[in-house]
Design a protein around this ligand. Structure first.
Ligand code: ADP
Ligand code: MG
Length: 503
């Protein structure tokens, strides 16, 4: 048993089945520590939710003011030795006969309060020996090793303001997933990397061999693999007759070119021209809409990149680097394409269970989106709803949770929340995360960069963690501002000197 921190007080409200106060005798007691109290054969677990200090010499305003007028209280009285500390503990549950259950009776006043035992604490919180090591529990020497199945199976979201450490946490998580042994179960990973932040993995001595990067502009899919349903999802404003012509064209070409090497956009357009099933103006309007897709240059005759069937491998990561793509529409169409293909291949058992990680998820599953902006939302919501059965997991990362589809967000059964200060975002997170009460919500604004709270399916109780350092190479996103500024001035000066010398 760890050393005693203090004893439980009897006050009007304490101890109850949900909370108690204790007189602290150990100086090092901190808010956020886990404690335990022996209750017969059972052990009660709790969490220090607040720490107060008090001193009888400073309780009454009028006497404090009066004494301080002449000289200070500490110079006249032994006030220092009357300072005492009270800890408030929120009771989490009881460990009884090898099982964790709710507390049905309060601990007794006078009982000793001890720092929680590390091994018990790990199992109490639901951590696993072979779990994903994301960091450590604050104030305790306990690694936060979260169960992969519990985290991934019912999807998860990483939510926080910009710069709070979302991508850092995601990188730590990827390191853990890529380092798993075959016997522990490994998933394949696909990343929608909006800013090219994860590409450092491909140069890393350890993870490089497990990472493939595909540039967004290099993504290609043979036209013959696109079904009319997907194509009409990409161009949602088509009229019913336009849709009919498109459907007719795609299915006829599929038949005609069955033995050929696919067909080109040009062939699709000339087929539409030649068909007599519709009026000219319908065909013209359809061709105008198709020209947008053509502009994005990802529909090919037979080139396919990435080749999902061979490139999606257990313990392997495929990064789709969207850094060079400017058009949000194109990014949404590519996300819709990739997510749909992954999910279909997985349903047929042709690829291993996978995790699809989407950065800036609010841009791809927007809560209030125009029809044309919503192309990727429906497949993301489908995977969120049905993915669990087919080993298809989602990780949605967002700094604008207010804009994220509530359907998708509510299917993310674990939320990892880092620092958030915007009150709207805070309210939204509190509403969409079951495990967050007002006490936890209050602490979210006080989190520092790299500190997170995990709530939901992956843990037994909401838990604060400090995210560990990363082991993998970080891609430098340009030099710091002061270096860039200095370099700019130096270049200007050099130019000016050259001009002077020339004159
Ligand atoms: N746990 C951490 N330990 C050390 N540095 C961190 C940690 N979390 C974030 N950082 C640093 O803080 C900065 C912002 O983190 P980042 O993950 O890019 O934030 P976000 O993706 O939320 O905008 C980065 O320079 C990153 O290296
Ligand atoms: Mg980021």
């Amino acid at each position: 048993m760890n050393e005693s921190l203090g004893v439980i007080l009897a006050t009007e409200e304490s101890p109850s089945t949900s909370e108690f106060s204790f007189a602290v005798k150990e100086k090092n007691v901190k808010k956020g520590q886990y404690v335990q109290v022996a209750q017969g054969h059972a052990i009660l677990f709790g969490f220090i939710s607040e720490v107060f200090k008090s001193n009888r010499y400073f309780e009454r305003a009028e006497s404090v003011a009066e004494f301080e007028r002449t000289s200070s209280i500490p110079s006249q009285f032994p006030s220092d030795s009357w300072e005492y500390v009270i800890g408030v503990v929120k009771i989490l549950g009881i460990f009884n006969k090898g099982k964790f259950e709710r507390a049905f009776s309060p601990p007794s006043p006078g009982s000793s309060v001890n720092l929680a035992d590390n091994t018990l604490l790990r199992s109490f919180l639901g951590f696993e020996e072979s779990g994903l090591h994301l960091g450590s529990i604050e104030h305790h020497d306990v690694p936060a090793t979260i169960s992969m199945t519990r985290l991934l199976q019912k999807h998860f979201a990483i939510l926080a303001m910009s710069g709070a450490g979302k991508s850092h946490l995601a990188s730590v998580l990827l390191e853990e997933l890529l380092s798993r042994k075959k016997e522990d179960g490994r998933v394949a990973i696909v990343i929608i990397d909006i800013h090219g932040e994860y590409c450092g993995f491909s140069h890393d001595p350890v993870f490089g061999s497990k990472t493939t990067v595909v540039e967004g502009s290099e993504i290609k899919i043979p036209l013959k693999k696109i079904s009319p349903e997907i194509m009409t999802e990409w161009i949602p404003h088509l009229s019913a007759p336009q849709r009919d012509v498109l459907r007719h064209a795609l299915s006829s070409l599929k038949q005609q070119k069955k033995d050929a090497d696919g067909y080109t956009f040009k062939e699709l357009v000339s087929f539409i021209d030649s068909t007599d099933v519709s009026k000219d103006e319908v065909k013209r309007a359809l061709k105008r809409s198709l020209s947008e897709l053509k502009r994005y240059h990802f529909l090919s005759r037979k080139t396919e990149n990435p080749k999902l069937l061979s490139q999606i491998k257990p313990g392997h990561m495929l990064i789709l680097d969207f850094n060079s793509i400017d058009s949000l529409r194109k990014k949404q169409i590519l996300v819709s394409l990739m997510a749909r293909r992954l999910f279909n291949l997985r349903k047929k058992g042709k690829i291993p269970p996978f995790l699809l990680l989407i950065e800036e998820a609010h841009n791809f599953a927007r809560e209030k989106a125009e029809e044309s902006e919503a192309v990727s939302r429906s497949i993301i919501e489908t995977i969120a709803r049905e993915g669990r059965k087919f080993g298809s997991s989602l990780c949605l990362i967002s700094q604008r949770p207010v804009n994220l589809s509530t359907t998708a967000l509510s299917q993310c059964n674990t939320h990892i929340i880092l620092r958030v200060t915007n009150p709207n975002d805070l309210d939204h997170i509190q509403m969409s995360s079951e495990g967050i009460d007002s006490r936890v919500a209050k602490n979210i604004t006080g989190l520092k960069v790299g500190e997170a709270i995990v709530v939901g399916e992956a843990v037994n109780y909401p838990v604060f963690i400090s995210v560990r350092d990363r082991k993998s190479l970080k891609r430098e996103k340009g030099a710091p501002l002061h270096i860039q500024a200095k370099e700019f001035e130096e270049r200007q000066e050099k130019k000016a000197k050259n001009v002077e010398a020339f004159l």
